[in-house]
Design a binder for this molecule. Structure first.
Ligand SMILES: [Zn+2]
Length: 301
């Protein structure tokens, strides 16, 4: 079996998966904070999965936010986890004796979404969470690009004189189409910003309608960019705001259908049919981590 861990800011979600893709066991625990605690919790989760299933693991995949060197297994700048720099892959490999792969959290979710939805060929997974980023997959293998930047669509500046982005640029797509963008545009509803906004827009509040439509147009831009640059077959919408479900998908498709009426080019892209919701009832990142390609493995130093 293979083990996949999704190390998030609040919890570690982990699965043990059979070679055919069946989930044998799942564990969720609080992540903790700082390198010693995160590494110790990671090892405890791996041990608990091997104990529960009474099977030995052939490989461990880990998805984690931050700057990831997938060749060495080092993690840097995972601010929410209190990790400025940690040799996560080598430490876990040394403690368990297993082959370990470490990858960016959005990339593993992309793999997991393609796996869960049974999609082959080129696919993009657009993660709309606090930030905005995509992972690219081809035939259920990651495509990172030459330097690992493929899919970073959130940091394409799209607004002249737009607000400063966390990346240091101005007017990035992330400042329009992300959870943090909504928190600025529709303030005062911490924890339920998107739901509150969409409820208010549905109730006819004109300000809410404008904020929602601007957000939807931003997400639509991200989808278009992924289709016209990578020509992926589908763009799978995931991340925290994907829980909006049809409430997001319907206006998104309406936006594409409107554009297609006046643009033969947009019509030829068939965007409405190519944008899909990733499943929200499965641990996509943990699943994807379990299926990371073996060539990215790191072993104990
Ligand atoms: Zn940016």
């Amino acid at each position: 079996m293979r083990i996949g861990l999704d190390i998030g800011g609040t919890k570690i979600d982990a699965v043990a998966v059979s070679p055919s893709g069946t989930v044998l066991d799942r564990v969720r625990v609080a992540t903790g904070f700082g390198p010693e605690v995160v590494v110790a919790t990671t090892l405890r989760v791996i041990r608990s999965l091997t104990d529960h299933t009474a099977q030995s693991a052939s490989a461990v995949g880990i998805g984690i936010p931050g700057l990831i060197d997938h060749e060495t297994g080092w993690v840097r700048h995972a601010v929410n986890l209190g990790l400025s720099e940690v040799a996560l892959g080598p430490l876990v490999a040394a403690a368990t004796g297993l082959v370990v792969q470490v990858e960016n959290d959005v990339n593993v979710a992309a793999l997991g979404a393609a796996q869960a939805m049974g999609l082959d060929g080129p696919q993009a997974y657009l993660n709309i969470g606090t930030g905005l980023a995509a992972g690219l997959v081809n035939d259920r293998r990651l495509w990172r690009g030459a330097r690992g930047n493929a899919g970073e669509v959130g940091h394409i500046p799209v607004l002249v004189d737009g607000p400063r982005c966390v990346c240091g640029q101005y007017g990035c797509l992330e400042t329009v189409a992300s959870g943090s963008a909504l928190a600025v545009a529709w303030p005062g509803h911490a924890g339920s910003t998107a739901t509150h906004l969409f409820d208010s827009a549905d109730a006819g509040d004109p300000t809410a309608v404008a904020v929602r439509d601007r957000f939807v147009a931003g997400v639509a831009s991200a989808v278009r960019i992924l289709v016209v640059t990578a020509d992926v077959e589908s763009v799978l919408i995931g991340g925290g705001l994907a829980s909006l479900g049809e409430r997001l998908l319907a206006p998104l498709r309406a936006h594409f259908d409107d554009a297609a009426r006046t643009s033969p080019f947009v019509a030829s892209l068939d965007l409405s049919a190519r944008v899909l919701l990733a499943p929200t009832d499965q641990p996509l990142a943990a699943l994807g981590a379990a299926f990371l390609a073996p060539e990215s493995a790191v072993t104990a130093a």
